[in-house]
Write a protein that binds this ligand. Sequence first.
Ligand code: DHB
Ligand code: FE
Length: 288
Amino acid sequence: MARITASVYTSHIPAIGAALDLGKTQEPYWQPVFKGYEFSKAWMQNNKPDVIFLVYNDHATAFDLDFIPTFAIGTAASYAPADEGWGPRPVPTVIGHPELSAHIAHSVIQQDFDLTIVNKMPVDHGLTVPLSLMCGQPPASQFEWPCPVIPFAVNVVQYPVPSGGRCFALGQAIRRAVESYDEDIKVHIWGTGGMSHQLQGPRAGLINKAFDTAFLDQLIADPAAAARIPHIDYVREAGSEGIELVMWLIARGAMADVAGGDPPRVAHRFYHVPASNTAVGHLILENT
Ligand code: DHB
Ligand code: FE
């Protein structure tokens, strides 16, 4: 049977993608950000999954205001890096896993979560920046991502957005779906976006280190309590784009302890301010 071996959480910040693509990672501003992912790249080499189930949000790239799915699962064989206005990032095409996607879609929909099935979807910085941070970035011509990826897009852009509680329950359903897949493979689940940031209005630039630190502590030790944070608290405390953090609860809900198993091991924890307009937060939790 398939198993979820670990969850990874990371901010996705488009300027990180630009820093990588333009060779700026050693500049004084960026050096401390990328240093926080040195451990993670080595950890990925030593804990290579067979598939990554990558929870992220699309930023009006694949979907726009014409069409807003709350939860969308990619079921394609491949996903092209999106052109977000400056040309697509020079990173490899993302290879999918249509069989596992279809199985998860079937299982999760039968567990009463109404997913949108997407057979064609360009993937933006929300997905490619976490992959670059965790897998490194040799020239795309000499490089492939280490394994297939299932993109899972959550609407955290246009209100109404799903609650943390709903996302946490969805993570539990995804775990059951993965564990009912009849092949012996290792799956990572990644929750991306966050941490505190606001890109718009009078509070643009907001960062709340106290909220972020408490969220990381609670996500690790008491995720059910983190799942009870109402969306208004994210907006008030973590800024309008801080709501991206509900996606971390999907990944956390899929961990073994939530289904009665042992607590995860914290393999890595990193926090840094600033990077572009946000705080960078990053965690790696392993099922033991
Ligand atoms: C920034 C952060 C985001 O999460 C995003 O999607 C776009 C921009 C920023 O820091 O500028
Ligand atoms: Fe974002």
